[in-house]
Design a protein around this ligand. Structure first.
Ligand code: GRF
Length: 192
């Protein structure tokens, strides 16, 4: 199985997937890492590991993912022979034509127990709301904002003294376990 990973930030989830590939626990290969953020550390991590990288040119739009850019992303992923697209901290909404190019083959990790707290600043909102149980979700990507079918979730208890920062740290630890595990299940044919 060939993986394509899209991210905008530090790429710690990409690193966790990469580590799983390197130690043989994920029977797959990372074929391409793309970022809409040329400064994203995700690109550095991929380059260090010798993985091909590319920049997604969003034509100067701050948060929009223009259709032409999505078509270019789809073409690059196809050219790299990608079977499964993993969004890992990717900050733009994927729509057609990218969705059409990889039907049921794009997954995302979201720092919340969906359907609670979709979208941006999920952890901040959860701390403000005072939830006692929080968590992580891996789901298929559809046209909505974090609305696609749920594949796997892990819960994380919230402590009374938790801040956005302290909860984020524990959430990331769980993300780095859950995402590689879901991808392993895909690669082993246990998920489709
Ligand atoms: C993660 O919390 C992910 O769930 C969210 O953005 C963060 C990305 O972190 N969508 P990283 O770039 O993988 O370190």
């Amino acid at each position: 199985m060939r993986l394509g990973i899209l991210g905008s930030g530090s790429g710690s989830n990409m690193q966790a997937i990469l580590d799983g590939v390197a130690d043989g626990s994920i029977p797959a290969e990372i074929a391409l890492v793309l970022s809409d953020n040329p400064q994203g550390y995700i690109l550095e991590r991929a380059k260090k590991a010798g993985i091909p990288t590319g920049i997604i040119d969003c034509r100067g739009f701050k948060s929009k993912y223009p259709e032409e850019a999505q078509a270019e992303t789809a073409a690059a992923l196809k050219a790299a022979g990608v079977d499964l697209v993993c969004l890992a901290g990717f900050m733009r909404l994927v729509r057609e034509p990218l969705l059409e190019a990889f039907p049921n083959r794009i997954i995302n990790i979201h720092p919340a127990l969906l359907p609670a707290f979709p979208g941006l600043r999920a952890i901040e909102q959860a701390v403000d709301y005072g939830v006692k149980v929080f968590g992580v979700t891996v789901h298929f990507v559809d046209e909505g904002v974090d609305t696609g079918p749920i594949i796997a979730q892990t819960s994380v208890p919230v402590r009374d003294d938790d801040t956005e920062e302290s909860l984020s740290e524990r959430i990331l630890v769980q993300e780095h376990r859950l995402y590689p595990d879901v991808i392993r299940r895909f690669a082993e044919g246990d998920l489709s």
